[in-house]
Design a protein around this ligand. Structure first.
Ligand code: NAD
Length: 246
């Protein structure tokens, strides 16, 4: 269900991406009058949105957008696409996220929501079943993407304070309109006739969430951060959560 507008000033970093754009649309859809986007490229145009073009690896670019937009809620979804080298992940995910945190602190932004990934707890070696927030990051990360997403998530959660409330969400696979990687990847595999191989027993399961629901979760997180609801920063699992690990 749609919650009423908070009338706060929102800045969606990576707001021209697949998920980012759905977050922008969800904010506009509930009548938010102050929605801005920061992205390295502008891929869509909307007269109800203010666009700032820049690179999160440059502190001055992020600071400029945060100050000019008057952001009270920063939703940070930016990350490089799959298949980039470790240096790009390090720069955008770790340095870029550190820049976002620093710029939020300097400008007195009260709330920061970070899009992490379910992959931050996946080592690539064993199945995760009923995994929850109690799982530690793997001792040996699966790859540079998941390693840098985990370190960025940690930075965001550690930055939580009484003046900057922070939280991180860990979506698994995301599907829906505007997807630029998953379904198009499956489609090209079919088109190229690369479907004659089977890896494993064909019993693998993977979680997918509809992009509109992931966007909704970001709005709920931003709304609840100001509340007494205990979602901000690093904390022990919520007392009423009773999930059993295998
Ligand atoms: P996307 O590539 O569609 O969107 C990312 C956006 O970030 C793009 O618009 C891109 O231009 C922007 N960006 C990249 N580098 C930037 C930089 N240096 N400065 C400014 N902007 C930059 O990706 P997505 O699928 O929408 O993913 C959004 C977030 O969700 C990412 O943080 C990703 O790690 C996370 N995530 C995605 C999935 C998925 O299945 N798509 C699953 C789990 C987590």
């Amino acid at each position: 269900s749609t919650s009423p507008p908070t009338n706060e000033h929102y800045l969606v970093i990576g707001g021209c991406g697949f998920l980012g754009r759905h977050i922008v649309d969800a904010l506009l859809g509930r009548g938010e009058p102050n929605v801005a986007v920061f992205d390295i490229v502008q891929r869509h145009f909307d007269e109800n949105v203010t666009f700032y073009t820049g690179d999160i690896t440059k502190l001055e670019d992020v600071s400029d957008a945060i100050v000019k937009s008057g952001a009270q809620v920063v939703i940070h979804t930016a990350s490089p696409p799959h298949g980039r080298g470790p240096a790009v992940y390090e720069a955008v995910n770790v340095t870029g996220t550190a820049n976002v945190i620093e710029a939020c602190r300097a400008a007195g932004v009260p709330k920061l929501v970070y899009t992490s990934s379910a992959g931050v707890v996946y080592s690539g070696k064993e199945d995760l079943i009923n995994a929850d927030e109690r799982l530690p990051y793997p001792a040996v990360p699966m790859d540079a993407y998941n390693d840098t997403k985990a370190r960025a998530e940690e930075l965001v959660l550690q930055a939580n304070s009484s003046t900057l409330l922070t939280c991180a969400l860990r979506p698994s696979g995301i599907f829906g309109p505007g997807d630029r990687q998953a379904i198009s990847g499956f489609h090209s595999v079919i088109k190229n006739g690369q479907t004659k191989f089977q890896i494993g027993s064909n019993q693998n399961l993977f979680d997918w969430t509809y992009v509109g629901n992931v966007a909704h979760a970001h709005l709920l997180a931003a709304d609840k951060l100001a509340d007494t609801y205990p979602i901000a920063g690093l904390h022990e699992p919520l007392p009423w959560v009773n999930l059993s690990l295998p």
